[in-house]
Design a protein around this ligand. Structure first.
Ligand code: FMN
Length: 183
């Protein structure tokens, strides 16, 4: 169990690659990690929270607070709880918010509160990935000490071929295991 006792916040954002986060979560759980899943509203259009909550054994968090009960999710506690803050898949929009300190949802607010290393696995179409704004945002994230898991090249959901598809879950898992074996 190479990740036994490691606490990981897994943020899922609104990319077609959200289904790959299900396999990633399974891999993290099998490796012994404790995982808290956060989802953006857009992510829920791709995979249901029920899938992630069932596999992680914890309710998925998306909202700052529950209107009905007034209970709230502390982004500060989440950010301090985690040994690793992982965003996979990371959309262009979420990367843009992270790079520029925008905090309009639980994912980006928890990111900016996190004291641990953040890993970001971009997933998008090749032209989005190549755009200077995206490349600048990724440079910024690297300069903050975040680890970018470079997307792979190949066939994209759009049918185009190029760089932008999220790295495969097994490969992301290896990167995470290597990261923890070094610290
Ligand atoms: C079918 C479909 C697939 C999408 N795939 C991606 C994607 O892979 N990467 C991306 O950056 N945006 C993608 N988008 C657009 C995002 O869902 C949109 O920008 C959204 O606002 C992202 O919000 P979030 O970052 O808060 O999850 C896709 C949209 C649709 C309708």
């Amino acid at each position: 169990m190479p990740l036994k006792g490691k606490k990981i916040v897994l943020c899922v954002t609104g990319s077609i690659a959200a289904y790959k986060a299900v396999y990633l979560l399974r891999g993290l759980m099998k490796a012994g990690a404790e995982v808290q899943v956060l989802m953006t509203e857009a992510a829920k259009e791709f995979v249901t929270p029920l899938t992630f909550s069932t596999l992680s054994g914890k309710p998925v968090l998306s909202d700052f607070f529950a209107r009905s009960s007034g209970s709230w999710n502390s982004h500060v506690d989440l950010g301090r709880w985690a040994d690793l803050f992982l965003v996979a898949p990371a959309t262009a929009s979420t990367i843009g918010k992270m790079a520029n300190g925008l905090c309009d949802n639980l994912v980006t607010t928890s990111y900016i509160s996190a004291k641990c290393t953040a890993m970001v696995a971009p997933a998008m179409d090749l032209d989005m990935f190549e755009h200077p704004a995206m490349q600048e945002n990724l440079r910024k994230l690297k300069s903050f000490g975040n680890i970018i898991i470079e997307p792979a090249s190949g066939e994209l959901a759009s049918g185009l071929i190029g760089k932008g598809r999220m790295e495969e879950p097994e490969s992301i898992l290896k990167t995470i295991e290597q990261f923890f074996s070094k610290i």
